[in-house]
Design a protein around this ligand. Structure first.
Ligand SMILES: Cc1cc2nc3c(=O)[nH]c(=O)nc-3n(C[C@H](O)[C@H](O)[C@H](O)COP(=O)(O)OP(=O)(O)OC[C@H]3O[C@@H](n4cnc5c(N)ncnc54)[C@H](O)[C@@H]3O)c2cc1C
Ligand SMILES: O=C([O-])CC(=O)C(=O)O
Length: 337
């Protein structure tokens, strides 16, 4: 019999990764995922899904390396399996270029991606405004394909889903453990004043001749060839809640990307999309106890992934699973029977 009732709030890449990890590893738990929005309407759905864009300045680098490595191993196994097309995961090679030499020439994730090296002078000639660059092969996960795949995997492991907004954690007092993966929603759901939107606008264009990604190290301009189209971006507008497309941003994105890759000025625009990154100085993966209808209930948080949620989704989900295990070990015996 399933004796520990777990609820996961959130159906983005963080909620579904965490829910799958718990449902598969702890078969004695009944896991329910509750969310206001599901694929294709989450922030995760629009992410370019490239893996290398996560950084939490105050979290020990060893922990971030583990999040990255666990996620990279997970996505690499998918990319090399027959599941790759239905999960939307591919390998992706390219360049990150910088106008000034960055303080950190060799980022923490450089040991895990393949073939990381600094670009040669002749490679950099193509980018006359840039003085330094990194070349490597990483992975790319397209969440509008990956989320339905994860949802199937979750249901196969016995998980249940429910679509509704949770207005207060008090509504979840019927569960033994609450796992909060509500992204930007954590601003109101758990009153986290650090949470803020970082608006991002992107375009999908038809340019099948492009095979390599190009990203300006300032994180504002990028070109990511994907399975069906090329994602070009972007913007990073802190504190901006606007979800509508800004025509000025569209023009600026096409102009900046065409400067890096002139052939893009000929590409047909297929769609334009805006998402709000769940901004926070550091990702929050930790537990606390909350009084729900007079009962002390453990709450495991996994949110605040900013512009790097896909990159470390599986690693932070495994950490959250570890915290759920701790909560179960510490429960009074009668609660587990
Ligand atoms: C333009 C853009 C490009 C990006 N590109 C990349 C990239 O290349 N690589 C990368 O790693 N990351 C990228 N990101 C970042 C990535 O999208 C986020 O870090 C990630 O999607 C966060 O996932 P999440 O599950 O926490 O949030 P979300 O996907 O926003 O999911 C939150 C979930 O919580 C639910 N929820 C919230 N509040 C409540 C509530 N009160 N009750 C019920 N449900 C609730 C929502 O309905 C939703 O289901 C990009 C983001 C943007 C905007
Ligand atoms: O920064 C990038 O290259 C893509 C991304 O993660 C974002 O826009 O948040």
């Amino acid at each position: 019999m399933k004796s520990v009732r777990v609820v996961v709030v959130g159906a983005g890449v963080i909620g579904f990764s965490t829910a799958v990890c718990i449902a598969e590893a702890l078969p004695f738990c009944s896991v329910t995922l509750v969310a206001e929005r599901f694929t294709p309407d989450t922030t995760s759905d629009g992410a370019a899904g490239i893996m290398f864009t996560s950084h939490s300045p105050d979290i020990p680098v060893e922990r971030q390396r583990r999040w990255f490595k666990d996620s990279f191993d997970h996505f690499l196994a998918i990319a090399q399996s027959q599941h790759a097309p239905e999960a939307g995961v591919i390998m992706s090679s390219g360049w990150q270029i910088f106008k000034e030499v960055p303080a950190e020439k060799k980022p923490y994730w450089s040991d895990f991606v393949f073939g990381f090296r600094h670009m040669t002078a002749s490679e950099l000639k193509r980018f006359p405004d840039h003085r330094f660059g990194q070349a490597f092969t990483t992975l790319k996960c397209e969440c509008s394909t990956y989320l339905p795949w994860l949802e199937k995997r979750f249901k196969k492991a016995g998980g249940r889903v429910e679509q509704r907004k949770v207005n207060s954690l008090q509504e979840l007092s019927g569960y033994d453990i609450v796992v909060n993966c509500s992204g930007l929603g954590s601003k109101t759901l758990v009153g986290d004043t650090q949470m803020h939107p970082i608006r991002g606008q992107i375009l999908k264009v038809q340019a099948p001749w492009l095979k390599h990604f190009i990203r300006d190290g300032d994180g504002k301009t990028y070109i990511y060839p994907g399975i069906h189209s090329v994602t070009i971006g972007g913007t990073r507008q802190e504190g901006d809640w606007r979800l509508d497309v800004d025509e000025g941003d569209t023009r600026s994105i096409i102009e900046r990307c065409s400067r890096l890759e002139p052939s893009l000025s000929k590409a047909k625009v297929l769609s334009t999309w805006v998402g709000l990154r769940p901004g926070r100085r550091n990702v929050r993966v930790e537990r606390e106890e909350v009084l729900l209808q007079g009962r002390r209930v453990p709450v495991v948080h996994n949110y605040g992934h900013g512009g790097g949620g896909v990159t470390i989704s599986w690693g932070t989900a495994l950490d959250a699973l570890g915290l759920v295990r701790q909560c179960i070990h510490e429960m009074p015996l009668h609660a587990k029977l």
